[in-house]
Each structure stands twice: as C-alpha cells, then as structure tokens.
Design a protein around this ligand. Sequence first.
Ligand SMILES: [Zn+2]
Length: 157
Amino acid sequence: VAENLSREKRSKIMASIRSRSNKDTELALCLILRRHQITGWRRNYPLLGKPDFIFLKDRLAIFVDGCFWHFCPRHGKFPSTNSRYWKAKLERNKARDKHVTATLRRSGWTVLRIWEHSLTDSVSIANSIRRHLASVGQREPRERIQARAKGISFRKV
Ligand SMILES: [Zn+2]
C-alpha cells in the first residue's frame, strides 16, 4: 500500500515536486520583475533561508512560497497517504519560515513573502515590491534596530 512507500521512492517524489515548483515560481517572479522594469535585484545571495530574490542595497528579501511546501492557507493540505509524515514535515517548514522571517527582520531586513498562487496577479506584486523599495528610506536605521535587539539603548550623538 502507499503507506509503505519506500524511503527512496518518497524522496524521489519529494525532489521532483520541490524542483518543479521552485523553478517555476522563481521564473515567474523573474518575468514579473523584468516586465515591470524593476531592477537591482540579485538571486542566490547567501542569506538565511535562501531568499529567492534580494535587493541588497535596500535590504529587501523576497521569498516566493510554494502553496504546497509552505502550506498556504488556501491550498495547503496534507497528502492523504503518509499523512503523519507530511503533517510533521509541512509543520516544520512553516515553523522554519516563521523563524527565518523573524530573524531577518531583527537584523534589519524587510521580508516579503509572496504566495505561489498570487503570481498570477503581476501588477499587484510589482506594486507591492515597489512600495517596499520606496519605504526603505523611511525605515528605522539598521544600527538602531541592532542596538535595540542587543538591549542597548540608542543615544543621539
Ligand atoms: Zn495558495
């Protein structure tokens, strides 16, 4: 029965789901950025959680979250076979997302998470990214955020 899917077979299935959806969603956002002439982004930048895109100068990290792997509230569901395994796995993914977002924010990054299903609305995604980039100048300075995180009170010199 499916419940007895071998470990090897299961990891093959997982690898295929993962690579397919990751490549597709990254590519989709790439096209949106190009179409809306948003420049200055980089990919594969070594940062916690491996964001799909970053704007280094503006310290904006963008993740495109696949509806399955990141358990989207609209489309996330536990597969009916091996349900215990999947429940644990997907809940771990979700907890990790939360941890990554919180940690990056604490070190001064703006984090934008985009659901795979919202990639169809390229205009609102482009607007949202532009809004985030525009608000960077008005943000609290990084030194101050870090000082507060360490419990140091910030004094104006
Ligand atoms: Zn979804």
